[in-house]
Design a binder for this molecule. Sequence first.
Ligand code: AMP
Length: 216
Amino acid sequence: MVLLGPPGAGKGTQARRLERSLSLPHIASGDMFRDIRRGHTPLAREIRSYMDRGEYVPDALTIELMLARVVAPDARDGFVLDGFPRTRGQARALDVALSDEGLRLDRAIYITAPNEMLLERLAGRVICLQCHEIYNLNSKPPMQDMMCDVCGRALKRRRDETPDIAAHRLQTFLDQTKPVVAYYEDQGNLAAIDGSRSMDDVEQEIDQAIGLEGVL
Ligand code: AMP
């Protein structure tokens, strides 16, 4: 399945939960890019130049990286995609790659929330660059100040979550990813989820949308 939504909607948190409950790999394009950008390679420099401006990494590069991951052996029985596809070109490329493998998407889940709420959440977000766990200093703080509960590393704010860049990322979502929502809607594959509610309510609504309510 695919999780879609603006930055701060809760895709990452929900995808990590689904990874645990469904025992399927969580494949997050943002985490993959953050891992690569830490290197000292021309590719790292290129990716940094897009991410630090709140721009999308170009389709050719993103598609090559993500499709290689989606067809890896551990994703054979399914996967939870988080942050990919984000453009119509990416969505079409994913469909083609899956159908070449005799596979198809079960569901696209679109989590949304009002813009002010998204920006407020982004302002409080900190992440672990080691294990990719996500926290919010206001609503989901770590047990120890700025330390990851899971792996004990220091938590960091994302470089692209200053107010200006966060607002730009939101606009990029509206311009480029809203059409992907329509793409899955046209396929009859979309479940829209109100991400402004409590985490438990959002979880319940997603489980219902994927036919898992009462099973997990
Ligand atoms: P995220 O962690 O999902 O918010 O992604 C962080 C940044 O990584 C985005 O602002 C983009 O610069 C880049 N990125 C992640 N996924 C994609 C994608 N599917 N297409 C293009 N750029 C992406």
